[in-house]
Design a protein around this ligand. Structure first.
Ligand SMILES: Cc1cc2nc3c(=O)[nH]c(=O)nc-3n(C[C@H](O)[C@H](O)[C@H](O)COP(=O)(O)OP(=O)(O)OC[C@H]3O[C@@H](n4cnc5c(N)ncnc54)[C@H](O)[C@@H]3O)c2cc1C
Length: 504
């Protein structure tokens, strides 16, 4: 007989994000929560079980960095974080400059970071080949965790407030009048709930499509290998003692696995997978030819690994959104349905805390504008857009990317009625919310001569994707007047009886 049950909150997905949300909800006094996973608990089908658990705390996005700092502290309290540090290695001048920026960024975010010399680097990571290395930056707060044991620790602290159920795939989301009402499992059990959280990451689209929501995200196959035990590491007894390494020149990172090294590589073509093609597990077969170039480079950087076989090699899948940020919050079209998709192990502690506060009080505990489920435009949910942008973010991961780098394909999605006139004025276009917007007009080049004394010089990096014409246009507008096309900026329409009061 089919069962009918009830719960205040249903969390679908028992990976690190689902477990973190459950834990943080109980910290705020919520009870009557059920976490359902289609596979076993807590070593299961998801990426949390396969990730090497590297936490690099510094990012360009303040909210993500705060979440990473909080997560590292939380995982430490849970006794599951080895704060071994992380070293950024620069092999080219371009990456030396990137390290300077990361050094500044770390300090701006309140994180220690300092350059280390060859000797100190050799002490911390004896097998790194320093020939050809131009700079090394140590982030002492970085470290390593282990997804399944964190999930277990979260679950243990939830006590009786949360029921964790393994082997319970959710097949259907039930809604009524734009509200979530229940989930139905594969065995036919209907669990009524007024809050349902989708923490299913790369499987997220399968359920969200049922309620008409396209998730602008795809799974990407990411290569990870662990060498055979290495003679030079035969004395190692700790799981991990050496810092993680990050090679921005190649998009490759390294961690120690006791007597072996693990290598994660973005140094291959983007292998994107739609939710329908993910399958039961987040692991796909290893594709050795994709790994060959990365492996050739890494044997030079860590000669201790030369000629080693692999004790493990796989293509693991996790989610890449169209703007490289998680997708969080209550969906606008199905009230009570919350998304918690596209997060990393690195941020999962903080994501859980923010989501729990948001669900409980209606307001998140930090600035969520870069991660909010409401941020997408219709054109960003098309198949082509999702494929192109998600794969761009995969390819660019751990690379030196200029913050003003113009968007690649797809372009010319939305054009102003006067686009041809802008072209005729030699507009330098970039994409904003799908619109082609001019950054400056070549036709205004003669203004530079007039204002050159007031136009600050920029260094090579600062001057990329910039023109003194933009500064001259600015100064000319101050002096007289100018006409700007800013149709890419978001307009918000507030309507209804309380609109004025709300705006006030
Ligand atoms: C090879 C590899 C290396 C990585 N390295 C790192 C790293 O070093 N640092 C880092 O921070 N991140 C890393 N990541 C990314 C990170 O692992 C993921 O982003 C993160 O684990 C996602 O957590 P999650 O809880 O959202 O999803 P998952 O861990 O994937 O969990 C989702 C869960 O939902 C369940 N589920 C799906 N559909 C249903 C359904 N219909 N009903 C019930 N249950 C369902 C699944 O069984 C699964 O257990 C790596 C990932 C991979 C694959």
């Amino acid at each position: 007989m089919k069962r009918n049950t009830q719960s205040s909150i249903v969390i679908i997905g028992g990976g690190i994000v689902g477990c973190s949300i459950a834990y943080h909800l109980t910290q705020l006094g919520r009870r009557d929560i059920v976490v359902l996973d289609k596979g076993p608990l807590f070593h299961n089908d998801g990426a949390s079980s396969h990730a090497p658990g590297v936490l690099g705390l510094v990012t360009g996005e303040p909210t993500l960095t705060k979440w990473a700092q909080y997560s590292a502290d939380l995982y430490t309290q849970l006794g599951k974080f080895a704060r071994v540090g992380g070293i950024d290695v620069a092999l080219t001048d371009a990456t030396v400059h990137e390290l300077k920026r990361r050094h500044g960024l770390a300090h701006a975010r309140g994180l220690p970071a300092r350059y280390i010399d060859r000797e100190e680097c050799a002490e911390l990571f004896p097998h790194l080949n320093y020939d050809g290395v131009k700079a090394t930056l140590l982030h002492s707060q970085d470290g390593i965790t282990h997804g399944p044991t964190i999930c277990e620790a979260f679950a243990a602290r939830c006590g009786s407030a949360v029921e964790f159920r393994a082997n319970t795939p959710v097949e259907t989301l039930e809604t009524n009048a734009n509200r979530i009402t229940a989930v139905v499992t594969a065995s036919g059990e209907r669990i009524a709930a007024d809050t349902v959280i989708l923490a299913t990451n790369i499987w997220g689209a399968l359920l969200s499509e049922q309620v008409g929501i396209t998730v602008p995200m795809l799974a990407a196959q990411h290569q990870y290998v662990v060498t055979d035990p290495l003679p030079l590491l035969s004395q190692e007894t700790a799981d991990v003692r050496m810092p993680n390494l990050r090679y921005f020149d190649y998009g490759i990172y390294v961690r120690q696995h006791q007597q072996a090294y693990g290598f994660g590589s973005y140094y291959h073509q983007a292998l994107m997978v739609t939710a329908e093609n993910v399958g039961k597990s987040s692991i796909k077969p290893f594709t050795p030819t994709d790994f060959e170039p990365a492996w050739a480079l890494m044997q030079q950087q860590l000669p201790a690994c030369e000629g080693s076989g692999f004790s493990r090699a796989f293509n693991g899948m996790f989610g890449f959104t169209i703007d490289d940020h998680p997708i969080l919050g209550e969906t606008p079209t199905v009230r009570g349905l919350w998304f918690a998709l596209g997060s990393w192990v690195t941020h999962a502690g903080g994501v859980g805390r923010t989501l729990a506060r948001w669900i409980t009080s209606g307001t998140p505990d930090c600035d969520v504008h870069r991660v909010d489920v409401n941020r997408f435009h219709a054109h960003q949910r098309t198949e082509n857009f999702i494929l192109q942008r998600s794969s761009t973010h995969y390819r660019q991961h751990l690379q030196v990317i200029h913050p003003k780098e113009p968007w690649g394909a797809p372009r010319n999605i939305r054009q102003a009625p006067y686009h041809a006139q802008m072209q005729a004025l030699d507009a330098a276009f970039d994409e904003f919310a799908g619109w082609e917007m001019a950054q400056w007009y070549g036709a205004n080049a003669p203004l530079v001569e007039k204002y050159k004394a007031d136009i600050p010089t920029r260094d090579e990096w600062g001057a990329r994707h910039w023109s003194p014409i933009a500064a001259a246009e600015h100064l000319a507008t101050r002096e007289s007047a100018g006409l700007f096309n800013i149709n890419g900026l978001t307009r918000i329409q507030v309507t209804g009886a309380d609109a004025t009061a709300f705006l006030e």
